[in-house]
Design a protein around this ligand. Structure first.
Ligand SMILES: *Cc1c(COP(=O)(O)O)cnc(C)c1O
Length: 350
């Protein structure tokens, strides 16, 4: 384990938290991990009380948006052991995002070992059973000052933790993007960059006003290929085959997506990684072969979609008995929570 300095909080907030009524991402644990990059190197990581901090108003993060993040979860099993799900994947992706945003890569000792030490200190915050988890948010921002458009020389890496209940977003209706784009070839769509999210807020707001919860993004050049659903990867079930777009410069390489693909293969559900055309989806909806659409991402794991709109026509999906979305969700969450055997070696003990 790396040399983490630990400054413990004098008191804990845990008694004041209503774990039955948590709003996703609004409650944070007592401590956070902080590690600064200065003079060309990472300094010693510190675990310290969760609190606001000062940054210079001219810091690059505010002006040029050098910011990346990750999202992962920890679960507590019935023996009170805490487990991470494929943290190596998040670590690798974080450093790919860092490279794309001209930020320094973080050492594994800081990201993985630091995270384990932080969770060890916050073990009480990870609740057992009942859809409970601890949402983990590692992120990095440019803290170097100066309003000159160049990469910062100083960065701050942090990890904050938020207890979560299972994520239920209600019935999700989506609209297929015909004008706006989430990502473009040569852009930063494959990085988990903060700016990808801010760029989605306005089109998503318009979609919300039109009665849709999310947008299904299409390729920026032609708007004919289906790519992602909101901030999730997306799967389509036509007859008994699942389709999802291959990862590309425009598509985030989701850990949930790749895990579902492997899991489906094990469960003898046919999966094809190929682009699905908007026209194909409309045709499948009209001839009744489109059975399911669902988003895949860490927060919700699997998020079923009830219908989609394209060119002002709404297509409602059928209610089906043997939903692949629900089957795969229950298998995947079973593995994550250590209720089902992890034949893949995906779970890592804290
Ligand atoms: C984070 C994210 C996902 C899902 O990735 P997971 O690793 O499964 O959580 C999918 N699409 C976008 C755009 C994302 O930012």
């Amino acid at each position: 384990m790396s040399n983490v300095i630990i400054n413990r909080a004098e008191t804990s907030k845990i008694e004041s938290v209503d774990f039955e009524n948590l709003t996703f991402g609004n409650t944070f644990t007592d401590h956070m991990l902080v590690c600064d990059f200065r003079n060309g190197q990472w300094e010693q990581p510190v675990i310290q009380p969760y609190a606001p901090f000062l940054i210079d108003p001219s810091a690059k993060i505010f002006h040029y948006g050098q910011a990346i993040f990750e999202g992962m979860k920890a679960y507590k099993d019935e023996h009170d052991d805490v487990w991470l799900f494929r943290p190596d994947q998040n670590y690798d992706r974080f450093n790919k995002s860092a490279v794309r945003l001209a930020m320094p890569e973080i050492p594994e000792e800081v990201f993985i070992d630091g995270l384990k030490q932080l969770i060890q200190i916050e073990k009480e915050w990870v609740k057992k059973g009942n859809g409970n988890s601890l949402y983990i948010r590692p992120f990095m921002i440019a803290i170097g000052s100066g309003v000159i458009a160049a990469p910062s020389t100083q960065y701050r890496f942090m990890i904050i933790l938020s207890p979560a209940k299972s994520y239920y977003s209600g019935e999700v209706k989506v609209i297929i993007a015909e004008h706006f784009s989430r990502a473009a070839n040569g852009g930063i769509g494959a990085a988990k960059a903060a700016g990808n999210y801010s760029a989605q807020f306005y089109p998503t707001k318009l979609a919300n006003e039109a009665g849709f919860q999310q947008i299904i993004w299409t390729d920026d050049a032609t708007h004919t290929k289906l790519e992602e659903a909101g901030t999730m990867n997306v799967f389509f079930r036509i007859n008994d085959t699942l389709y999802t777009a291959p990862t590309s410069e425009r598509i985030l390489d989701g850990v949930t997506r790749k895990s579902l693909i492997e899991l489906a293969a094990r469960e003898n559900i046919k999966v094809e990684e190929r682009s699905v055309l908007v026209a194909e989806l409309v045709e499948a909806a009209e001839n009744g072969t489109l059975k399911e659409i669902f988003g895949a991402g860490t927060a919700a794991v699997v998020n079923p979609i009830v219908g989609f709109s394209f060119q002002d026509k709404y297509h409602e999906l059928p209610k089906i008995e043997n939903s692949f979305a629900l089957e795969l969700k229950s298998k995947l969450t079973g593995i994550q929570r250590k209720e089902l055997e992890d034949t893949f070696g995906w779970t890592v003990k804290v």
